[in-house]
Design a protein around this ligand. Structure first.
Ligand code: SF4
Length: 181
């Protein structure tokens, strides 16, 4: 089994500290930016560009994904448009992104997946890990349980974001979270 891991990155700031944690665990990291939830497209492009800075500064590999597939996200998540952040819409949103990550890992022969989503103080790591594990099983890869916010993880990601001069968004990503700002 290789020690490569496909790390689903929800945004550049969240990727920083998460990458350091996985490096400490001797993983060879390949980042994957798959976030069709992000609205509008300009914001998607902006967050994608910031990820490129992280990849360069932290010397990790990446799988390119420039497609902006918001229609898929709306088809799956719109029925819970009125849910609060952290509710059913978010669970579907996590599942879409983590299943795609697991599928990609299988396709490019990487044995492990993880996600930076667990660094957010607004997100429940247990729910994300459960969904991530189910997604990994579906594609016969391994899911690495994380809680990147532990040991001041979120604070460290803010410090690293400053160091790399990264843009930090002030809403989660989808149109519903943008409208609730
Ligand atoms: S609030 Fe965030 S996690 Fe929840 S559905 Fe919107 S983009 Fe996805």
């Amino acid at each position: 089994m290789n020690r490569k891991i496909l790390l689903h990155c929800c945004c550049a700031p969240d990727a920083t500290h998460s990458i350091n944690v996985l490096k400490e665990q001797n993983f060879n990291i390949v980042t994957y930016f798959y976030n069709p939830n992000i609205h509008p497209e300009e914001e998607y492009k902006k967050r994608y560009k910031e990820m490129e800075k992280v990849i360069k500064n932290m010397e990790v590999e990446c799988v390119n994904n420039v497609n902006y597939d918001i229609d898929t996200w709306h088809k799956i998540c719109d029925r819970f448009a009125n849910e609060k952040e952290g509710g059913k819409r978010c669970e579907l949103c996590f599942r879409l992104r983590l299943e795609e990550t697991a599928k990609k890992a299988k396709e490019i022969n990487i044995d492990f997946i993880a996600t930076t989503l667990t660094i957010s103080p607004h997100k429940d790591a247990d729910i994300i890990n459960k969904i991530g594990d189910e997604a990994a099983k579906k594609y016969s890869v391994n899911y690495l349980y994380t809680n990147f916010k532990k040991k001041d993880g979120f604070k460290k990601s803010i410090e690293l974001s400053k160091k790399f001069n990264l843009y930090r968004q002030n809403y989660c990503g989808c149109i519903y979270s943008l409208n609730k700002k």
